[in-house]
Ligand binder design. Sequence first.
Ligand code: CA
Length: 209
Amino acid sequence: MKKILVMEDETNIRSFVVINLRRSGFEPIEAGSGEEALEKLRVNPDICLALLDVMLPDIDGFEVCRRIRASGSKMGIIMLTAKNQEIDKVTGLMTGADDYVTKPFSPAELTARVDALIRRLGIDEDDEKDGQRLKLTQIEYLLIKLFMENPGKAMSREDILTAVWGSDFSGELKTVDVNIRRLRIKIENDPTEPEYLTTVWGYGYKWGY
Ligand code: CA
């Protein structure tokens, strides 16, 4: 069972998250403060993902995130931010968080984000699909990196072309489609029904739904 750290000082929210994670088949490890979170991380080195509340009485969520990354850990990190804390999203991603969820959130939303991040990390970790090592071309690697850095964001074909091939590239937008198709064959279980690299009709592509 995958261990997930739940750092949240508000007991009601923490229990709510813990119950939902347990129901989704995860093993939640609870922490009510930043200090406790760091201790739990130390004794549970197999924690694969951390949900970090930003506002805590002792060490805040960003600092815990920074310390996790400073230790060299590549575990998934999702920040739990309060409503309308736009600045938190930016700060959170800058300190090394992978994603953020705004409170109040539904159990479905939280589980979806956790699942999505675990899937993403599964690929990110060792570029493997069903235990077989993937061989990516330089372009495919740059493509996947671009999507990993912009999870859930619809990217236009023009933006993808510029980001991956450079602004001097004079090729057609079709180049993007051709390479996405190749990448899907390598990473998707069913390339005709993509789960990861999804199409945004009339616009471009997106990582996840
Ligand atoms: Ca809090």
